[in-house]
Write a protein that binds this ligand. Structure first.
Ligand code: 5RP
Length: 222
């Protein structure tokens, strides 16, 4: 199967997973990226069976609205029942690297609120040790050089993502050559650097369920 077909398979599996659990007050958190876009497109068929959504990016919010699916401000809801999002890397502890689409901060906020975080990814995203994918870090623009120097001290090789401004008006540093055998520790250390808004490690709040698309079908990891 192609990567696109594997993404479609996990998007469909996530829809099948939540379909029987939807109620009229259900609020879904919606992530960002090509896999999530396939989920959004499928969700259009279920839009009458839930209250609405909160989105982790302007791009996802726009796509949801185009399908006629309500999008709420996170501050206007008192619950997020399920959060559905892709990942750039995942390990078997369901710790993730996210932020390839520069939406990591809002993704983290919604994941923090959500009762259940369902990660959907094609099988190429499963790794033994996180860090082959460059770790995105969202940074306040004036702190760019300071944060980069601190990331070098942690052993990484930060690269400014040229031409990218996040939905929050910040910049992204992608940390290359940064093997991460202890994601929890590194997530906390990067959070402690002044000027960092958020980093793309999801170890403090990992996924609860990983639907992984493989040639032999969709695997469920918990
Ligand atoms: C965006 C993300 C995405 O979930 C991640 O980049 C995966 O994207 P895709 O589904 O296109 O492979 O974290 O910030």
């Amino acid at each position: 199967m192609t990567q696109e077909q594997l993404k479609q398979a996990v998007a469909t599996a996530a829809l099948e997973y939540i379909r029987p659990k939807l109620e009229e007050h259900t609020v879904l958190g919606i992530g960002t990226g090509s896999t999530t876009n396939l989920f959004i497109d499928g969700l259009a068929t279920l839009r009458g069976q839930l209250n609405g959504t909160v989105a982790s990016s302007e791009a996802s919010a726009e796509r949801l609205r185009q399908h006629g699916i309500p999008v709420f401000d996170l501050n206007a809801v008192d619950r997020v029942d399920f959060y559905i999002d892709g990942a750039d890397e995942a390990n078997r502890a369901l710790e993730l690297i996210k932020g390839g689409g520069a939406a990591l901060t809002r993704e983290k906020i919604i994941a923090a609120v959500a009762r259940e975080f369902i990660c959907i990814a094609d099988g190429s995203k499963l790794v033994h040790t996180l860090g082959e994918f460059p770790l995105p870090v969202e940074v306040i623009p004036m702190a760019r050089s300071h944060v980069a120097r601190e990331l070098v001290k942690l052993g990484g090789d930060p690269v400014y993502r040229e031409g990218v401004v996040t939905d929050n008006g910040n910049i992204i540093l992608d940390v290359h050559n940064f093997s991460i055998p202890q994601p929890l520790d590194i997530e906390k250390r990067i959070n402690n650097i002044t000027g960092v808004v958020a980093n793309g490690l999801f170890a403090l709040r990992p996924a609860d369920l990983l639907l992984l698309g493989t040639d032999s079908g969709v695997q469920t990891l918990k």
